[in-house]
Design a protein around this ligand. Structure first.
Ligand SMILES: Cc1ncc(COP(=O)(O)O)c(C=O)c1O
Length: 461
């Protein structure tokens, strides 16, 4: 059995923490390798002259930090390196690996806040028991109220009795299409749009018709023409930090878009999954006309995508249809997850994380401007992604393939173009995604190197 090189001292904090800290050091410096079995609680207690309870607490703390794992009936083991990472974006130290592929919030350690939220929940058995039961399809009213109040504090004027929980924004969008569209319907979308929507439309046999856009987003006159031409069922738009072009509509543009919706008596799905990221932005469409707008959002970008908690706010007359659709689909969104989310909001953690994300994104976008600023780059404050149009001499397919060969993943414009549309020579880089700023810098420098490549001579027939 391994003897651990751990020394405890008086006045250096609780003993269980000292033990967990030193276990962390031994694992980090390689003294304890993956899958090493730790001494039994009794053996380590005897070695260190502490109680078995202190060791139990120390191991639990080390487990909470992702350093060790308790295997039932077999003891406590050091986790493998991979298990200690809390993201799929695990850099390989042997080669540059930089993931610009997904719009995920920058990596933050959320373990503490989550653990505190769960402790608060478990300290209240009556509340916990309630979370284990069937609830209304739209979610527990108190949870909806907490979320509605928080969203209102963030400038999104939603009402709890029009809000329904979903398992993220993707699910909310799917439910909206299920509830309000049929196969063969047409949906108007921005000329470049969110790939998840393209995929949903394909599955539901809904035709997407692209509407011309400028740097703010959909152009109202083009929308008006498309409404006349295609008689769509709905409009789908991302007015804030558009994915992929990063644009945000001005207030005037928003009002003009809503005028077109009212003129044609059309509902608009406002996908605001990125809407809370900027510290200030124009009023969401739902504030301007809640009877015309189906507002979708989630905690995926501003708190944690793994929570899988999103929401949909619908005009009054659509509410029961939406609740019925949710019930048909999965009865309800897990109350346990909406319970954890409300705990995080009430403890101030949601606010804190959002501020952290904003400040990290400011740094990351400044780095990106520094390195790629000479290129045709669209960047927007706190936006997770940037949109880069390639120089004329480069071909999109070849560029994406060369980046991939160098260990860099990114998204080609192809993914954002509805079927039949022309593909611009552009790429989306999610600069929020690389594990840390160093990896981000290395990845961006590699991209600049690829952009500077001379065009290939010769041609093939
Ligand atoms: C515009 C847009 N809508 C919806 C989603 C899906 O969000 P969620 O993870 O909450 O399902 C994404 C995810 O990247 C997105 O970019």
């Amino acid at each position: 059995m391994t003897m651990l090189d751990i020394a405890l001292s008086d006045g250096a904090g609780p003993r269980y923490k000292q033990i967990a800290d030193q276990l962390g050091t031994l694992i980090e410096n390689g003294t304890l390798s993956a899958n090493t079995r730790l001494p039994t609680h009794r053996a380590l207690a005897d070695q260190l002259g502490v109680t078995v309870g202190t060791i139990t607490r120390a191991y639990a703390e080390a487990e909470r930090r992702g350093l060790v794992e308790a295997r039932v009936g077999a003891g406590t083991y050091v986790c493998s390196q991979n298990e200690q990472h809390w993201t799929f974006d695990t850099p390989d130290p042997e080669k540059l690996e930089c993931h610009f592929g997904y719009n995920v919030p920058p990596l933050l350690d959320r373990a503490d806040m989550l653990s505190r939220a769960m402790q608060r929940l478990t300290a209240n058995p009556a509340k916990l028991n309630q979370l284990m039961l069937y609830q209304l399809p739209e979610g527990i009213m108190q949870h909806r109220q907490v979320v509605a109040d928080w969203l209102t504090s963030q400038g999104v004027n939603v009402e709890a009795d029009r809000l329904l929980f979903s398992s993220g924004a993707q699910h909310a969008t799917q439910m909206a299409l299920n509830a309000f569209c049929r196969g063969g319907d047409t949906l108007l979308v921005e000329k470049y749009t969110y790939p998840g929507l393209i995929s949903l439309a394909r599955q539901h046999q809904i035709t997407l018709k692209p509407v011309e856009m400028d740097e703010e987003g959909i152009i109202p006159e083009a929308l008006d023409t498309a409404c006349k031409m295609y008689q769509p069922r709905l409009i789908y738009s991302m007015p804030t930090l558009q994915n992929p072009t990063t644009g945000t509509m001005s207030l005037e543009r928003r009002q003009a878009i809503l005028d077109v919706c009212r003129k044609h008596n059309l509902y608009l799905i406002e996908d605001e999954v990125n809407g809370l990221l900027p510290a200030t932005r124009p009023e969401p469409l739902v504030n301007l006309d809640p009877e015309q707008v189906i507002h979708i959002g989630a905690f995926s970008k501003c708190l944690a995508p793994g929570l899988r908690v999103g929401y949909i706010h619908v005009p009054k007359r659509l509410y029961s249809q939406m609740a019925n659709t949710l019930q048909n689909h999965s009865w309800m969104t897990s109350p346990l997850l909406t319970g954890i989310t409300t705990e995080l909001i009430q403890a101030g953690d949601a606010d804190r994380v959002l501020l952290q994300i904003r400040s990290e994104m400011k740094e990351r976008l400044a780095i990106t401007q520094d390195i790629l600023g000479d290129y045709d780059l669209r960047v927007s404050e706190t936006c997770f992604h940037v949109w880069l149009t390639l120089p004329d001499h480069l071909r999109l397919g070849e560029f994406v393939a060369s980046a991939s060969k160098e260990g860099i993943s990114l998204k080609s414009a192809e993914l954002f173009v509805p079927p039949g549309g022309a593909v611009p020579p552009a790429i989306r880089l999610s600069v929020s995604s690389p594990t840390n700023r160093d990896v981000l810098k290395k990845g961006l420098l590699k991209i600049r190197e690829l952009l500077e490549q001379e065009p290939m001579g010769g041609f093939a027939l």
